[in-house]
Design a protein around this ligand. Sequence first.
Ligand code: GLY
Ligand code: MN
Length: 454
Amino acid sequence: MTPSAALYAQHLETVQAAVEDALVAARTAGLGLRGVVFHSGGLRTFHADDIELPFRPTPHFARLAPVAGPGHALLVEPGRRPRLFLLAPRDYWCEPPARPAHPCWDALEVSVHAEPEALRAAIGPRPGWAYVGPDPAWAAGLELEAAAIEPMALLAPLDWHRAYKTDYEQACLREAARVAGLGHAAVRAGVAEGRSERELHAAYLAATGLLDHETPYGNIIAWDEAGAVLHYQTKRATRPDPGRSFLIDAGGSSWGYASDVTRTWLRPDAQGVEAPGAWRALVRGLYGLQEELVQQVAPGASFVELHAAAERGIGALLREAGLLRVSLDEALERALVRPFFPHGLGHHLGLQVHDVGGRQVTREGAQQPPPERWPHLRTTRPLEARQVVTIEPGVYMIPLLLEPHRARGEPGIDWDLVDALLPCGGARVEDDVLVTAGGRENLTRPHVPASWEP
Ligand code: GLY
Ligand code: MN
């Protein structure tokens, strides 16, 4: 999808204003700056090797200039059209970056350079400017002051503004959700046939048209007990046996913007591989709970309270399934739900899957850490319109987290039932949700249905 020039023009204006506001904030903090050099970053190699790691541009650069490849720079200053310095090396080993089919090409002032040194020379000395990027050494020739290399007084407001997605960004995020939908549909069909994790991963890539390094994060494609490994990275080549419960966490991307989508599917009993009833009840309940939590996303809502509601809801499901044998209040009080739900309810989403600013509560950079009992919660910032967050409750049978409770003979947990459910692994349901003035828009549901059967 090529975004419209009008949408991008509006986006450019908003981002330019955000950079100007960040410069004002930096000045207030005692750091006078004239403008910002955003650097896309350079290539890095594996240790003691000449093979390059997959490249990702600096997100603050990609926000305005989603062009492929390393070595580019973007200069933004008040009152002037941003300038893109594009590196297109004359090199017979690698293809130079193609002109992107994106309106940034006409909206920015673009110059193309064949050598990194020529590109830096064209930028010229920039005393009084800031550098944002991963490689301060690259900026050495620009005569920047040491204090102007990624200064917090500038970065904090830049990160702050990134949480508010422009209409252009919302369009990209919707498109990223659509792309993920293509992959999820293909995998769902393969799950019904009991295909291997590796086959399903290949089906995902084929359906989305993404290469492995173009997915926003490594696909999580897990049969049975592997679903309990939160970021399960292996992709087994063998067909599942028995293949009862399946978890996919896989996203799409569009002009650098990500989607992040998880579904759990249970194969029906017709195939003779039905999961235990308690697991089926948990998974169905999880879909209902996730939907309820999504409905609570709205401006002014507290994500910390949403997480508390998620933990309570999962506790209730665990009790109904018979896994917890104490009252819900006692289970919460004694932290018996946490081994079954050991991650945060969600995170901000944008150019990064775990986007910046989720714990930032002021433009100047004050951070609100999560409550001590939920150290993994990435979002403490109150929800506001134009933010995009994931809502991803899950329930897991994780031996590593359950064993200490078993070892001390915890009577509040039904250990026979735990043993029966360990082979089912884990379940998670995740949608991407845009906060709107009137409530929310679920970006994922139009493209990935909420169904626990493949
Ligand atoms: N999709 C993986 C995660 O959010 O951590
Ligand atoms: Mn996620």
